[in-house]
Design a protein around this ligand. Structure first.
Ligand code: DQQ
Length: 467
């Protein structure tokens, strides 16, 4: 059996010990990447939330630093919750974060580096004039996660904050400020929905309609820019995103990729265990990079016994796909530097019902690239209305990994025990569509855990369209 040490990740970020959840305030400052994260310094369960802090020069090798924000003042004494970093004019990074105050209410606070010329930004100060935003007119315990600020053409800073009204409906509130310290809430929110309760960890950023380069968060409305509004639905622990036009004169965001206000039909940022994502602009390499929390799901006693819980996804570059409708994401190039002990297997023929084992030295860490060559593509089943192209979840759920199809299911069994009693299946089916082909990609996590997870975590999937 593997020990809890061997289970620790080699590709994914995690603190040396204890609990981690959301990534907070990712930023590149003077050549140093910073990642902060929701962190319990005492134990491997969610409690006593502070901002952990680590730095890196390559997004791969990380050095832990002292905790950046501790609950200590009336405006954050019950927790320093999620937020973001913004680089102010002049180059100083600043943090906006949610504090849980003396009364258990949520407020937004600001923090500055104690010594802006410290290359590692080790210490942070929380000015006494905090909080800088209070939940006026909204549910005082459901008001959180300020986003990275951006500056409009009028020279005013903007940011957005998630909130819930007294009818328990979600709002993305917009605030404006001249100096980043005094904030006024705009009457019109950036977005609201009548179908969802509280949303979390809003991210709002521009994407180029021409190519993969990322853009500074203050890049404004033009023919070449669209905007992404992303937030997490707390009830599902899923991140969703909208793509649209942001008209900065009116501070209006017009989503283009959704029809109607039903969040269940909105596109997911990713599938599987992925939540609370947050992006930043890497000005040196001209790319937008996104982080997220992977809530691996042992029981609390198991987490406490093993001494850690929660990892971050590998950082990914994010850009707008050529069709202007979906986001594309790929692990940052730097990660390839971690590859070693290559195991290469070529031209294996696998027939129906067969399993081919690939044995590697350290089975808990593998970066897998696989190519399947399929014969007889023309035999693929025509997609029918039951396996509807915009509802991969239903198709994954109903077909699972065992219902036979014309092409598929085929794929990988990963994290598998020798007897295959424990494994995660990642599998594919190919369908013909009126315009070409679609590959349904699913994962089945039912054999991953010894514990019963809520239904929504079992099957996850998406369609990949091939013209
Ligand atoms: N986690 C933080 C909140 C955020 C939630 C608290 C999302 O600020 O809304 O740890 O996972």
């Amino acid at each position: 059996p593997l020990t809890s040490k061997q289970y620790r990740t080699a590709f994914h970020f995690q603190p040396p010990e204890n609990w981690l959840n959301d990534p907070n305030g990712p930023v590149l400052h003077n050549g140093v990447y910073h990642i902060f994260y929701q962190y319990n310094p005492y134990s491997a369960e969610w409690a006593n939330i502070t901002w952990g802090h680590s730095i890196s020069s390559d997004l791969v090798n990380w050095t832990p630093l002292p905790i950046a924000l501790w609950p200590s003042e009336p405006f954050d004494i019950h927790g320093c919750w999620s937020g973001s970093a913004t680089i102010l004019s002049g180059g100083t990074p600043t943090i906006l974060y949610t504090g849980i105050d003396l009364n258990g209410n949520s407020v937004q606070n600001i923090a500055f580096p104690k010594n802006p010329s410290d290359p590692f930004l080790r210490e942070w100060v929380k000015p006494h004039y905090n909080p800088v935003m209070v939940p006026d007119g909204f549910n005082a315990t459901q008001f959180r996660d300020p986003a990275t600020g951006w500056m409009g053409k009028d020279g005013l800073w903007r940011t957005v904050v998630c909130a819930e009204d007294f009818e328990r409906r979600a709002w993305i509130l917009l605030y404006r400020s001249e100096d980043f310290v005094h904030w006024t809430r705009a009457e019109k929110p950036l977005f609201r929905t009548k179908t969802s309760t509280m949303v979390e960890c809003v991210d709002f950023f521009p994407v180029s309609v021409k190519g993969k380069n990322g853009l500074d968060t203050s890049t404004m409305d033009s023919e070449e820019v669209k905007h992404v509004l992303k937030f997490g639905l707390f009830d599902y622990l899923h991140d969703y995103y909208l793509i649209g036009k942001y008209l900065d004169d009116e501070d209006e965001f017009v989503p283009e990729n959704i029809s109607g206000d039903d969040h269940r039909s909105w596109p997911r940022y990713d599938y599987g265990s992925f939540y609370a994502s947050k992006s930043f602009f890497d000005a040196e390499k001209k790319r937008r990079i996104s982080w997220a929390w992977v809530n691996e799901s042992d029981t609390i006693p198991d987490d406490v016994a093993k001494g850690w819980a929660g990892v971050l996804i590998v950082p990914r570059t994010v850009w707008l796909g050529e069709d202007g409708k979906i986001l594309q994401q790929w692990p940052v190039k730097e990660l390839e530097s971690l590859r070693r002990d290559l195991v290469e297997i070529k031209e294996v023929e696998i027939n129906e019902g067969e399993v081919f084992s690939v044995l590697v030295n350290n089975p808990s860490q593998a970066d897998v690239e696989v190519e399947f060559e399929l014969s007889e593509l023309e035999q693929a089943q025509l997609i029918n209305s039951k396996w509807h192209l915009d509802d991969a979840q239903t198709a994954c759920n109903e077909l699972g990994a065992s219902v036979p199809g014309a092409i598929g299911p085929f794929g990988l069994l990963v994290l598998a025990s020798h007897d295959l009693e424990e494994h995660t299946a990642i599998f594919f089916r190919v369908f013909r569509t009126p315009n070409g082909h679609a590959v349904l990609m699913c994962s089945d996590q039912r054999r991953l855990h010894r514990y019963h997870l809520p239904e929504i975590f079992l099957y996850e999937g998406n369609y990949i369209h091939i013209p």
